[in-house]
Design a binder for this molecule. Structure first.
Ligand code: AMP
Length: 548
């Protein structure tokens, strides 16, 4: 027997409709690509999204077709999210930090009909001119600041287009499984792969990620997504924060410590989210300038492991750190490290140990940790294996791709991460399966070694990669960026590891560098770091001395 409840589809439009109706006066504050601060409200966002939807008709974009964006976090990008998806088109966010060749590949693969770009990205568009033929290019600004281009003479001006459109629009009654947005994920090898989200997956992810033991978003919050809207929809915050009716602060292109601090204090930000490198810069800036946070309550971090020493620095300033794990393929949130009741009264050190894990699965995502034969490993916080997940906001297959190898066990998505899980469900990421170090048959977690290195005051950033070794197969190598004015020796490092981990997993080699390479999404670029190590250590094999 079927239930007798209304079959109302879960559409992203319903999120904005709710915010505009019940939080209509709540502000959206943006730092524009041109520089000045811009203020609007959910009521206005709703009206402008209807204009965007009408603009789709005018530009001749048919339902289901892809609309590219090359844009920072800002109000125009937000109205594109809603206007494009809500009208049945697919909002394809393009990561401008990818290599030019990858961007061209993505635009062609997605068959984008239009690209909406911030003026900042005009040089990028110009450099891709011969690959962008046959699609409309719209610069997201007004006539006053509209750039001109000899290479791309037919650029359209966003505000001029919008001004010509009606504010009335009849949103279509879409099937909730209709595609709403598209984001490509790039590994270190092969072409990027498209993850095509649906209205249903987006709404469900927003609801689950806003729950109290996840990001705990409410109408009382002021939310600053530092994580870009061009990477996994800024972790869904343009949906979840809007659903909650929170004030939204969008930082535009200025993501340095000083600019973020100013915005946090000026707008009364209570919640923010981003990758560890952004928070490292913010911590360094506040320390150097003797500043503390007066309104910030919670800070979500993910994309890479957050070193416990950084978690502690925020917590000591009264900011609760929510360490989260996710993937583009998971919309992206899978786990959040909030404290269960039994940890709430424990000493800070014990709480910090829990917060340094990647957290517990949020409702909606099922987890399995399996060994090489596909058997589930013990949930004891020690045994580790490959993490498989399934759920309504997990990718089933990639967009227009034959690649299905991610499904090692039918119906489960293989994340490529190696993890352990404790009896309470706290997950610890040991490594990406391709980065894990196997020494003498034992696995060494590069993340564990990096976290310890980061506790040294002379270390600004640390990476651990493997080098080949005749006797042990692989050995870990520590690569560090020293803090300003610090000098580091291999003896310092050996002393730091003493007593903290098994002797055989201590790296014997130290490479000191000025900067570490990162991917377009802020992760340590381990393939390139392995190349640096190969060059610096000069030779492969055993018995290497520390290179400094
Ligand atoms: P992306 O799809 O670009 O967001 O990358 C997803 C990958 O980032 C995951 O499979 C993990 O390897 C890594 N990742 C995400 N969050 C964390 C975290 N909190 N700690 C360690 N690795 C993480």
């Amino acid at each position: 027997m079927l239930g007798m409840m209304m079959d109302v589809p879960l559409l992203v439009t319903s999120i904005l409709r709710h915010a505009a109706t019940y939080h209509g006066e709540t502000e959206i504050v943006s730092r524009t690509a041109e520089g000045p601060i811009h203020r609007t409200t959910y009521a206005e966002l709703w009206r402008r999204s209807q204009r965007v939807a009408n603009m789709m008709e005018r530009l001749g974009v048919k339902p289901g077709e892809r609309v590219g964006t090359l844009a920072w976090n800002g109000f125009r990008h937000l109205e594109l999210y809603y206007g494009v998806s809500g009208s049945g088109r697919v909002c394809h966010t393009i990561n401008p930090r990818l290599f030019k060749e990858q961007i061209a590949y993505i635009v062609e693969h997605a068959q984008d009909r239009v690209i909406f770009a911030d003026g900042t990205f005009l040089p990028l568009l110009e450099s891709l001119a011969d690959r962008l033929t046959g699609l409309a290019l719209v610069i997201m600004t007004d006539e006053a600041t509209m750039p001109r281009s000899d290479i791309l003479p037919n650029l359209l001006c966003y505000e001029t287009l919008l001004a010509a459109e009606s504010e009335d629009y009849d949103w279509p009654d879409l099937d909730e499984k209709t595609a709403s947005s598209l984001c490509y994920t790039s590994g270190t090898t092969g072409n990027p792969k498209g993850v095509l989200y649906s209205h249903r997956s987006t709404v469900l992810h927003a609801m689950a990620s806003a729950m109290p033991d996840a990001l705990a978003l409410s109408a009382g919050d002021c939310v600053l997504p530092v994580v870009p809207m061009f990477h996994v929809n800024a972790w869904g915050l343009p949906y979840s924060a809007v659903m909650a009716g929170a004030k939204l602060v969008l930082p535009g292109p200025r993501l340095d410590g000083e600019s973020l601090y100013e915005l946090i204090e000026a707008e009364g930000v209570t919640f923010t989210a981003g990758v560890p490198t952004v928070w490292l810069a913010l911590l360094e800036w506040t320390k150097a300038n003797g500043k503390s946070f007066s309104t910030l309550k919670r800070l979500a971090v993910g994309g890479s492991a957050m070193p416990p020493v950084m978690i502690e620095r925020f917590e000591k300033q009264g900011v609760t750190v929510l360490h989260a794990w996710g993937m583009t393929e998971l919309s992206p949130i899978g786990t959040v490290a909030s404290l269960t009741a039994k940890y709430r009264d424990r000493p800070l050190a014990e709480q910090l140990a829990v917060k340094a894990t990647q957290g517990r699965p949020i409702y909606g995502v099922e987890f399995r940790v399996v060994d090489g034969e596909g058997h589930d490993v013990a949930r004891d916080g020690v045994a580790f294996g490959s993490l498989l997940v399934r759920g309504p906001w997990v990718v089933e297959r990639y967009y227009e791709s034959e690649r299905t190898s991610a499904h090692a066990i039918e119906g489960w998505f293989d994340t490529g991460d190696v993890v352990s899980m404790d009896p309470d469900g706290y997950v610890r990421i040991v490594d990406r399966s391709k980065d894990v170090i196997k020494s003498g048959g034992e696995w060494i977690s590069s993340i564990d070694l990096e976290n310890i290195a980061m506790t040294h005051p002379g270390v600004k950033e640390a990476a651990v990669v493997s080098r080949p070794d005749e006797k042990w197969g692989e050995r870990p190598v520590l690569v560090v960026v020293p803090a300003q004015g610090a000098s580091l020796s291999s003896a310092d490092m050996a002393a730091l590891y003493e007593g903290k981990i098994a002797r055989w997993s201590v790296p014997e080699d130290l490479v000191v560098v000025e900067a570490l390479p990162h991917t377009a999404t802020g992760k340590l670029l381990k393939t390139e770091i392995r190349d640096i190590v190969r060059r610096e250590l000069g030779r492969e094999g055993d018995g290497m001395e520390a290179a400094q």
